[in-house]
Design a protein around this ligand. Sequence first.
Ligand code: ADP
Length: 259
Amino acid sequence: MGHPKFAELEGLKAIVTGGGSGIGRAIARTLAKQGVKITICDINLDAANTVAQSISGHALKIDVRSRSSVEKTFEQAADIMGGYDILIANAGVSTMQHALEITDEEWDFNFDVNTRGIFLTNQIAARRFVAQGQGVIVNTASLAAKVGAPLLAHYSASKFAVLGWTQALARELASKGIRVNAVCPGFVKTGMQEREIDWEAKLRGVSPERVVEDYIAQTPLGRLETPEDVADVVVFLCSDSARFMTGQGVNVTGGVYMT
Ligand code: ADP
């Protein structure tokens, strides 16, 4: 199947946080194929560099938990690219734990990266977008932002918060020409998901292969999701074809979740 070309994206400039691996890497590559200039911002600079080199983009180290790091890094990205028009706020973490065993540290870790990270990156980019009268934000949420996921109560809570923020920000910025949406991936085979598969296998006392088979059995479209499945939807959300969409948490789950 061919991929649509969104001519209006050609020459735009995007920051992709967490673009060093998994979903973020696929988003960076897919946007680059549309002619978008990319700066990948990741806490893992080596991983960011590898991806950036493969798409003639730039890489910067960031810690999305820190306001000063986000301010400094986004400023550098703007200097390198000559501004930016798109923010893909995708950096995220997950740990698996029984709800009754979650520690304060695990709770804070998930909320600091997944929720505060979205708040800081969105706020700092949106100030620029308001000043320039245009801009698009796409946040990576999760299926676990719509349905509480067992063993991921802290992660789920942090991602539900992302959708609340996305909706509120979308309402505040709509009149200023800025759209804010989120994607909600399901079972994507990335570094994060592989760790979760191993965890779940251990906790259930079954093989990782069995966990994957069970995921697929729950998925109406009948296969495991790829990072590219998510990236294609993100690119669409950035394009003018999504001009009348804002405040949405778009499920990309193969039909696992339908509302
Ligand atoms: P996913 O399934 O969401 O793609 P990954 O673990 O493969 O999960 O990717 C998440 C990305 O987010 C990684 O590249 C990771 O280095 C990055 N990341 C994690 N924590 C931070 C942080 N505090 N600041 C910036 N990037 C981060």
